[in-house]
Design a protein around this ligand. Structure first.
Ligand code: AMP
Length: 319
């Protein structure tokens, strides 16, 4: 099994949704990613926290098999994001971003992390993503994510980073913002031209599109139809955690593996949105994933469609 290293934000979030409001709850792209991927594999985290980071949060993460040797603790305040969601909760509205200790962060990988097999550059300053990537000797697979904040403030560095990766995960609005292309199919083509072999576009309640540059093929799935969405924060990062942890269990990767890994990621993400912050995702078990995956696959099963369409057309007035 391949090991995974993730760098990303480690945060306290203040979140308001139509259902609930919570202040200073555990969040951050690296935390969501690692809680999700640790269901399948141990994961190494690179990031920084301030002296306000609670020891109970550290304990909870360690109990979930998350290696925190690469998490620096420095004087100051932990990254703080304030956001809200309206109506169908498809889009996060950022109200405040306080980088705090991330502003001065200079990632230094512990020696044992430099031989990591899989690297995921979760949403954070692309300069930090690049600094981490430079320190990993020969990763077999590199993935990354980003968001509007970095597309607007550090586009050049972001493009340098995207040129070096194998798989880009990005949400639909940000894909349009990054490429300047409203048509999502064209946006995907443009992102693939920036470097990655695979582009995965996350579409909230509408699921995801996975694209394979080599075969020019697409795969599209709706999201698992969750009945009660409480807070979508972290859905994208837990999707990525599921995707990359699934891939870490394999030694080579075909587009079919990517599709299956995305299905796994989608199922993990469907639990994340059912609770505030990490409340749900921190407690899920693999057995939960297995049973929901069975239900999820039912929504795209149509039996032998080729045979069915043949029967229907043979009965039609034109045949
Ligand atoms: P998502 O999976 O896209 O919902 O990501 C949610 C997490 O992103 C939240 O827990 C935030 O702490 C984190 N976040 C918000 N803005 C930023 C940013 N500019 N850079 C890095 N992480 C961020």
């Amino acid at each position: 099994m391949n090991n995974i290293l993730v760098v990303g934000s480690v945060a306290y979030d203040t979140i308001e949704t139509p259902v609930q409001k919570k202040e200073f709850i555990l969040g951050g792209s690296a935390n969501y990613f690692s809680l999700s991927s640790s269901l399948l594999v141990p994961v190494r985290v690179v990031g920084v926290v301030g002296d306000d980071y609670k020891s109970s949060d550290l304990e909870m993460l360690k109990e979930r098999n998350i290696d925190l040797a690469g998490l620096q603790s420095v004087p100051g305040k932990t990254f703080h994001w304030v956001g809200k969601y309206e109506d169908a909760m498809n889009e996060a509205i950022t109200l405040e971003t306080h980088l705090n200790v991330f502003e001065q962060f200079n990632p230094q990988l512990p020696e044992q992390y430099t031989s990591s097999d899989i690297v995921f550059l979760a949403n954070i300053d692309p300069e930090l993503q690049l600094k981490v990537l430079e320190q990993v000797e020969s990763p077999k697979l590199i993935g990354a994510d980003t968001m509007n904040f970095w597309i607007q403030s550090k586009k050049d560095k972001l493009l340098d980073m995207i040129a070096k990766i194998d798989i880009l995960t990005i949400n639909e609005t940000e894909a349009r913002m990054l490429t300047g292309e409203f048509n999502i199919n064209l946006a995907i083509q443009k992102m693939a031209q920036m470097g990655p072999k695979y582009v995965i576009v996350k579409r909230g309640e509408y699921g995801f599109i996975a694209y394979d540059k080599a075969s020019d093929e697409m795969f599209v799935m709706p999201a698992f139809p969750v009945q009660t969405i409480v807070d979508p924060t972290g859905a994208g990062d837990t999707f990525a955690g599921g995707l990359f942890s699934y891939l870490s269990c394999l030694n080579e990767w075909t587009f079919n593996d990517i599709k299956r890994a995305c299905i796994h990621g989608s199922v993990v993400a469907s639990y994340t949105v059912e609770g505030m912050g990490v409340e749900k995702v921190k407690d899920i078990q693999l057995s939960d994933i297995q049973s929901r995956t069975t239900d999820y696959l039912k929504i795209i099963q149509v039996g032998n469609h080729a045979k069915a369409i043949e029967e229907v057309t043979s009965k039609s007035a034109h045949s």
